[in-house]
Design a protein around this ligand. Structure first.
Ligand SMILES: Nc1ncnc2c1ncn2[C@@H]1O[C@H](COP(=O)(O)OP(=O)(O)OP(=O)(O)O)[C@@H](O)[C@H]1O
Ligand SMILES: [Mg+2]
Length: 212
């Protein structure tokens, strides 16, 4: 379970969260909606451990990972992964390099990396794309690479920040279905940010609205 307990956050003196509490159950699909600047990305960054709360705690599976100004467990040691609002792929690298990055850090043998990447590419419908450079991919293809990169380490928690917002409506709907299918297959906890009400209703079992 993810628990945010009485979080207060005042970036540059402006109050963004005050006494904000939220619990997210294992395998739940929670969607966060709210206007621009309401703190959606910041909420994901709090859970991931890129931002520390000024007051309050972040608790993952009973372990306090951030506590009043301190990050106790850094992002890479949390059993989670994040798909960033701008995807944050490495444009000059190929698809394999991007997806295998986390496996390399964990010193997974090269053969195993190849197998795992090929398996993920099949899952997201990009079979055989290993050697394609990121800057030669379409928006939807990049999105799939970002999904594959986030899922390859089998995270317990997947944080997604408006992952489909740059796509046309048809591709947006198609990838929504894909995300639901991947959730059913992998069983991660999903915290998903969007502006799109239709997307929120389809992805979310529960929707939290941040006040603007
Ligand atoms: N590191 C930071 N330092 C200071 N202020 C910040 C920082 N990060 C975010 N903010 C501010 O906190 C507020 C919330 O930002 P955030 O990025 O979480 O909004 P958002 O809901 O994701 O917006 P959008 O829908 O535009 O992506 C904004 O006013 C932003 O300027
Ligand atoms: Mg944002």
């Amino acid at each position: 379970m993810i628990a945010l307990e009485k979080i207060t956050l005042m970036p540059e003196g402006r109050q963004l969260f005050r006494d904000f509490s939220l619990q997210i159950l294992d395998r739940e699909r929670l969607v966060i909606v709210g206007g621009s600047g309401s703190g959606k990305t910041t909420l994901l960054r709090l859970i991931a451990g890129f931002v520390a709360p000024d007051e309050g705690r972040v608790i993952l599976d009973g372990h306090t990972v951030s506590d009043a100004g301190k990050i106790l467990v850094p992002p890479h040691e949390r059993a989670l992964n994040m798909v960033f609002q701008d995807l944050a792929l490495w444009p000059h690298m190929d698809v394999f390099g991007n997806i295998a990055f986390g496996l390399k850090l964990r010193k997974v043998p090269r053969d195993e990396q190849r197998e795992e990447v090929a398996r993920m590419l099949r899952i997201v419908g990009l079979e055989g794309f290993e050697t394609r450079r990121i800057d030669r991919l379409s928006g939807g293809q990049k999105q799939r690479v970002a999904l594959a990169r986030a899922l390859i380490l089998s995270p317990k928690i997947l944080l997604m920040d408006e992952p489909l917002s740059s796509l046309d409506p048809e591709l947006n709907r198609k990838l929504r279905k894909e995300i639901l299918r991947l959730h059913a297959e992998f069983g991660f906890t999903l915290v998903y940010v969007t502006h799109n009400e239709e997307e929120a209703r389809e992805i979310g079992e529960r929707i939290v609205r941040l006040p603007s």
